[in-house]
Design a protein. Structure first.
Length: 161
């Protein structure tokens, strides 16, 4: 799996393939050791996808109530660079937004942030998964005080403690 991960990271980088591949062999351990990661997998059919499986994501809502959002798969694509989130546990329906994955992830798996999006995409293009993956994981555990969620966090069930 380490070699496949390195090959994925070096894809679409003909001028720096060997450099990125060599670095990514080491980066594999860094990404696997990140808190919140359950698994890493690759799908080699088009579109080629790096799949990151997460632990159960919980987040605090109003009145400091812990809510169980779900376990996710984050799909990362190199060419063209993109990422999507998929809640594998539950989605919450909204008349305006459809079946959303997370308070801040729409029905298509797109995160609502604009700031930082280019940094994530640039890290994906550069094969720098130790930069991209922690930001994507942080987005799942965040509680945005500003902005309007697609669905209020109170719609998710309380977490069993």
């Amino acid at each position: 799996m380490r070699q496949q991960f390195a090959e994925f990271c070096a894809m679409e980088s003909a001028d720096r393939h060997d450099e990125i591949y060599s670095k990514s062999l080491k980066d594999y351990d860094v990404v696997c050791a990140l808190p919140g990661i359950q698994m890493i997998g690759l799908r080699w059919q088009t579109p080629i996808t790096l799949a990151i499986g997460t632990d159960l994501v919980c987040s605090y809502g109003d009145k400091n109530v812990l809510r169980e959002i779900g376990e996710f798969i984050i799909s990362i694509h190199k060419g063209p660079p993109s990422f999507r989130f998929h809640n594998m546990t539950r989605r919450i329906g909204s008349p305006s937004y459809g079946w959303v994955h997370h308070p801040h992830i729409n029905a298509d798996g797109v995160l609502c942030i604009r700031d930082g999006r280019m940094e994530i995409l640039n890290a994906i293009v550069d094969g720098d998964m130790p930069m991209a993956v922690p930001i994507l994981l942080d987005a799942l555990w965040m509680r945005a005080e500003l902005g309007t969620p697609y669905v209020d966090i109170s719609c998710w069930p309380e977490a069993e403690v």
